[in-house]
Design a protein around this ligand. Structure first.
Ligand code: FEO
Length: 392
């Protein structure tokens, strides 16, 4: 990618990673991603905000070839997809100072072995003059690491938000064009890394509301020229109550669990409760995470294998527990042959969730009529709990 002009003296640099399909060896990226950096030329000082994933080092350094002087390199976040090329930039511009939040300094010394004398740390609200332009630093911790900050270019009303408001989306569009596509990619991104820090993110959102923002330039995905699109979406994901939705991750070996899942889906649908079911044998875990953003209830379903729940169900339960979704109710469906530890093992894995546990349903062998009746009762309980809690 060539560097692209956003407006006079402000450029987008970085790379579009069309082929990346997994992030942190954990997060599925069906639509690739981008790593955005920004170059701002003030009348007196030139500053680079963030760098690039080290995999794109050569492309990134080429974008800096015609930059004669760099006064400051601002690193908003220590994760290597944005900080990984800092050592190369500092090597090319030895006079440049590296501006970070106080927490970021130690992290980048550890992760990138950058010498202490290179750093300048900035407090929340501190400003940096580039001559005719002023950058204000806004600490926005836990998006999704503790050291994260944003940079607000006061004269141009541009918020450089790093991971905050980002979307894992590879596109040749510098600005958002297809809003629905970006909304989906940004929701996936929020679900996969930010959801566990909802309370801090809510505070960060409130803090940013004090700023007059014309444009949001994140470190992943296209730039928002209508910031309200992504700000309102985050308010909804973070602060709105859960929806009348059950998320049902399941796995089945010989169809017993599958028959139980089918019955529960039918029984819930008949009672006006929406369901999103995910067969863990084939599911995209990012999509599951996205649905957890809104769900009021989670029901996990697994057969017994090797004396406990299927490993795929264990993984899903562990992930749900780590993502800390808004869900208020949880239950479990399970089938077994001769012994069963599915319910205690899964219950233990989700003990970090602040939920009410509704009576699990177990079937010895293939489900019989009494199992289906118990599942109908569970559906009735879920619908009743949603109604009672005012969940629409
Ligand atoms: Fe895009 Fe947390 O790095």
């Amino acid at each position: 990618m060539k560097s692209l002009k956003i407006k006079d003296d402000i450029y987008r640099l970085g790379s579009v990673d069309w082929d990346r399909r997994i992030f942190d060896a954990l997060i599925p990226l069906p639509d690739g991603t981008s790593y955005n950096a920004y170059l701002i030329k003030g009348s007196e000082k030139t500053v680079l905000i963030d760098t690039d994933d080290p995999e794109f080092k050569d492309e990134f350094m080429q974008q800096l070839e015609n930059v004669e002087k760099l006064d400051y390199l601002i690193s908003l976040h220590a994760e290597q997809d944005h900080s990984g090329c800092i050592p190369f930039v500092l090597e090319k511009f030895p006079e440049a100072k590296l501006i970070v939040s106080p927490k970021c300094k130690g992290m980048e010394m550890d992760l990138l072995h950058i010498p202490e004398e290179k750093f300048i740390t900035v407090e929340d609200g501190e400003t940096l003059s580039l001559g005719n332009k002023t950058i204000e630093f806004i600490h926005t911790p836990w998006v999704h690491w503790p050291e994260t900050m944003a940079a607000y270019l006061q004269e141009d009303k541009i918020l450089f938000s790093c991971d905050f408001f980002g979307s894992h989306l590879a596109t040749s569009d510098m600005f958002v064009t297809d809003k629905a596509r970006v909304y989906e990619a940004a929701k996936r991104y929020y679900a996969e890394i930010m959801m566990p820090f909802r309370k801090v993110i809510s505070k960060n959102l409130q803090k940013l509301m004090a700023y007059d923002i014309d444009m949001i330039a994140p470190s992943h995905g296209p730039i928002y020229w209508e910031p309200e699109l992504i700000i309102e979406a985050h308010k909804e994901w973070v602060d709105a109550p859960p929806k009348n939705l059950v998320v049902l991750p399941y796995i089945s070996m010989h169809s017993s669990t599958r028959l139980m899942v089918d019955r529960l889906v039918e029984a819930l649908t008949r009672r006006g409760v929406a369901v999103e079911q995910f067969n863990l044998e084939v599911t995209d875990l990012g999509k599951l995470a996205m649905m957890l953003v809104d769900a009021a209830t989670i029901v996990m379903a697994s057969p017994t294998v090797l004396g406990g729940p299927h490993p795929a169900a264990v993984y899903a339960a562990y992930l749900a527990n780590a993502l800390k979704p808004k869900a208020k109710f949880v239950s479990i469906l399970g089938s077994y042959g001769w012994s069963d530890r599915t319910v205690p093992v899964l219950s233990d894995l989700i003990k970090g969730l602040k939920v009410e546990v509704l009576e699990p349903v177990l079937s010895k062998g293939a489900p019989r009529e009494d199992t289906f009746k118990a599942i109908d009762k569970l559906a009735e309980a879920i619908a009743g709990k949603h109604k009672e809690a005012g969940i629409l």
